[in-house]
Design a protein around this ligand. Structure first.
Ligand code: NOJ
Length: 533
């Protein structure tokens, strides 16, 4: 791996999702720590990331933003939010990371911008019928006086997907009202984003994570949803056939740059249960890869996991957690360990001991599979979903727009614990933007560093051994195994995961490369994984 010169580095890379607000706060706005992570904080912790053994960092949005949706409401796509740093600081960070063998992937948000973006402000000022409004979806309302939204679409964050402006028109926002949707049928929008891609490729970024990649195009008639007969590819705003043309154009740009400094990659964030529809996005002239959300959503169950693994097309990615979902230590510690983005459920009790044991086994399973692996910051420390954040400290618009029915995503976004015995655990000299549980004193980097039983040391060892044994290995071949057990070989290495309730015996001739927990006399205990040779 560690190949900065070229080649398909992304096919087997270990990519660390770095949630900028919650990684490390060094200087904040005007040089004073403000409880919000920043680029100087990341730079100061690059040695930690290099030692972890990752190949690339995916930075969540770092652009100027009112942070109504944690930066996924972008006010300027060509700059850095002053709370995070400067453009020059980003250039330096990209170069510093690369000098340590770590590539940079940025997060691009093309479905919508912030309502503070200059284009949206111009559209508001210009009034009905103006060309500035054509870059968004402005429409008159329904009802006698236009008092009803133009259609029945619902915001993904709760409530209607339309907001009315003082002159009487409504605008579309699939997410929060502060996130107006772009009209991708408008040539200005296409040209603008192609230019933004070049802007960041010119700065040396190796990849682009594309937010909400399946929703950019809309049926211009804006029909009501709810028609069960909608043909694949013709939903009013999800996974429409006409979205692919955008990615073919983007791929041509990425390929232009790939000649210099290694391949530039496009990674789509697309939640789509239909594997065949999802695979269309990774046709050879489109995106390089998409996140494997079926794997993330899958319960801790051998048959279900095997089915997802078998259904995953190549080039594969493997993801256990990200900033939108409950952390997997908590998910795997619940009786129902599946995850549904639209039905987040914090009412189930969580067994953190069980969840942690399974998360350790899941890490070894994930890192042995053929493809790229994503690590969401904090999973390498074994952090859990923080479910008891006081309501008045919550920030996620999902919590507010559903009036608390959906707890939202703050619990997965709590700042990292670095050191010390109490909050803010070395994250900042100020109060962190979300409160950290005091129990995380046992999960700080300082506490786990050098402890052979810690999650951190498991991740460090696993990432090192993955490079040596799995990254270049052929596709997997399933091996016969007892019920509830996953066993496969890739080349001369084997991975066995016991998801059953009883210990299973291990082949007597095998050498253990790494185990996720103690092995008992040649047997693999429940909820434990092992790498063998
Ligand atoms: C997906 C992002 O991961 C999520 O955090 C965000 O709220 C939505 N897209 C809208 O941008």
């Amino acid at each position: 791996m560690r190949d900065n010169a070229g080649g398909s580095w992304w096919r087997t890379a270990a990519i660390y999702e770095l949630y900028v607000q919650s990684f490390a706060d060094l200087d904040g706005t005007g040089g004073v720590p403000d409880g919000l992570g920043d680029l100087a904080g990341v730079r100061s912790r690059l040695p930690y990331l290099a030692r972890l053994g990752i190949d690339a960092i995916w930075f969540t949005p770092w652009y100027p933003s009112p942070l109504n949706d944690a930066g996924y409401d972008v006010a300027d796509y060509r700059d850095i939010d002053p709370a995070f740093g400067t453009l020059r600081g980003a250039d330096e960070l990209i170069a510093d990371a690369l000098a340590r063998g770590i590539k940079t992937i940025i997060d691009l948000v093309p479905n919508h911008c912030s309502d503070q973006h200059s284009w949206f402000q111009a559209a508001l000022a210009a009034g009905p019928g103006a060309p500035e409004r054509e870059r968004f979806w402005f429409r008159p309302g329904r009802g006698e006086a236009g008092e009803l939204p133009p259609n029945n679409w619902r915001s993904r964050f709760g409530g209607p997907a339309w907001t009315r402006v003082p002159d009487g028109e409504w605008y579309l926002h699939i997410f929060a009202p502060e996130q107006p949707d772009f009209n991708w049928a408008n040539p200005d929008v296409r040209a603008e984003f192609e230019d933004i891609l070049r802007f960041w490729f010119d700065r040396g970024v190796a990849g682009i994570r594309i937010d909400t990649a399946g929703m950019l195009t809309k049926d211009p008639a804006l029909p009501d949803t709810g028609n069960a007969d909608t043909a694949p590819g013709q939903h009013p705003y999800t996974d429409r056939d006409d979205v692919h043309e955008i990615y073919r154009a983007w791929r041509r740009i990425a390929d232009e740059y790939s000649g210099t400094g290694g391949e530039r990659v496009l990674i789509g964030e697309i939640w789509l249960p239909d594997a065949a529809r999802l695979a269309r996005y990774t046709r050879p002239d489109e995106l390089h890869s998409v996140f494997n959300f079926p794997y993330l959503s899958c319960p801790w169950d051998a048959a279900a996991l095997r089915a997802v693994i078998d259904a995953t097309p190549s080039p594969a990615t493997w993801v256990l957690s990200n900033h939108d979902v409950d952390r997997h230590v908590s998910r795997y510690g619940r009786a129902d360990s599946s995850f549904d983005l639209d039905a987040r459920d914090h009412s189930q009790p969580v067994d953190l001991v069980l969840g942690t044991r399974r998360a350790r086994a899941a890490a070894l399973l994930t890192m042995a599979l053929p493809g790229a692996v994503y690590i969401y910051q904090g999973e390498e420390l074994g952090l859990w979903e923080v479910e008891d954040i006081p309501d008045d400290r919550r920030r996620d618009p999902i919590f507010y727009r559903t009036k608390g029915k959906d707890p939202g995503r703050d619990g997965a976004r709590v700042p990292l614990p670095w050191s010390g015995a109490e909050p803010p655990f070395g994250f900042s000299a100020a109060q962190p933007w979300l409160p950290q549980p005091k129990e995380w004193r046992d999960l700080t980097v300082e506490a786990e560093d050098g402890d052979p039983g810690s999650m951190l040391e498991l991740y460090r060892t696993a990432l090192r051994l993955r490079r040596a044994h799995w990254s270049g290995a052929p596709d997997l071949a399933w091996r016969p195994a007892e019920e509830g057990v996953l066993a496969f070989a890739r080349g001369d290495a084997r991975c066995v995961v016991n998801l059953s309730a009883s210990p299973v015996s291990l082949p007597p001739d095998a050498t253990v490369l790494l185990a996720s927990g103690p092995l008992a006399a040649g047997a693999l205990p429940p909820d434990t994984a092992v790498w063998l040779r």
